[in-house]
Design a protein around this ligand. Structure first.
Ligand code: PGA
Length: 257
């Protein structure tokens, strides 16, 4: 049985004081739920203060992006080495970065290599756009994204994959549990083809896209879905906590079956 994961992607939200307040509102209760891995990904500016607040707790820290060079004249960028000092995970290839910052498969691949090079665990995001979904091209698109992201990379131990259909992100229009389960099963099968079956048995693949406390049950009841990457709802302590609690209950029940 894979340990479920709930990761909160705060995106470009929260000042340092807002981040501290949000963590203080949920830290103690999140810490107690040990059957789920909890990861929070605040903006770069809040990584250091949040790290201090969660020190000694079971909550893990992630960044939302990185640049692939180690150091140098890249004004405004953050390097893998800088992050390795601060956090354990890093989101790579989020659709908002692909869409607004022209991140290609090749760039995603370089970022994964750079992250792994310093021991950061990537949370690789893949997912199709609405028109691709409507044209029945979901499997083709996620396969292409997986292959380009992973070119030349040995199995990254401890990494996570998040299947996030672009049309479901921030829209309030989540996929159904069944749709997400099918695509995640397909992704697992594809990764097994690349790296072998044993590896995918403990690879955790998350669903992301408009997950809330209200619809979390539907996703967590699916056998292929190992957790969620939560955007909007991770900015509300009660919503995030509720998603983590529901995940713990449902996955606990499923594992006893
Ligand atoms: P959302 O974002 O939950 O606000 O849809 C998910 C994500 O982009 O990771």
């Amino acid at each position: 049985m894979r340990v479920p994961v709930i990761a909160g992607n705060w995106k470009m939200n929260t000042t340092v004081s807002e981040a501290i307040k949000l963590v203080n509102e949920m830290c103690a209760q999140l810490d107690k739920i040990t059957s789920v891995d909890k990861i929070i990904c605040p903006p770069f500016t809040s990584l250091a203060p949040v790290r201090e607040l969660i020190k000694g707790s079971s909550i893990k820290l992630g960044a939302q992006n990185l640049y692939f060079e180690e150091k140098g004249a890249y004004t405004g960028e953050i390097s893998p080495v800088m992050l390795a000092d601060l956090c354990e995970f890093v989101i790579i290839g989020h659709s908002e970065r692909r869409q607004y910052f022209n991140e290609t498969g090749e760039i995603v691949n370089k970022k994964i290599q750079a992250a792994l090079g310093v021991g950061l665990k990537p949370i690789l995001c893949i997912g199709e756009r609405l028109e691709e979904n409507e044209a029945g091209r979901t499997e083709e698109v996620v396969t292409e994204q997986l292959c380009s992201s992973l070119t030349g990379i040995n199995y990254p131990r401890g990494w996570l994959v998040a299947y996030e259909p672009v049309w479901a992100i921030g829209t309030g229009k989540a996929a159904t549990g069944k749709q997400a389960n099918e695509t995640i099963g397909f992704i697992r099968h594809n990764i097994a083809k690349l790296y072998g079956k044993e590896i995918t048995q403990d690879l955790r693949i998350l669903y992301g896209g408009s997950v809330t406390a209200e619809n979390a049950t539907e996703f967590m009841n699916q056998p292929e879905i190992d957790g969620a990457l939560v955007g909007g709802a991770s900015l509300k302590a009660d919503q995030f906590l509720s998603i983590v609690k529901q995940t713990s209950e449902i996955k606990g029940r499923l594992s006893r079956k």
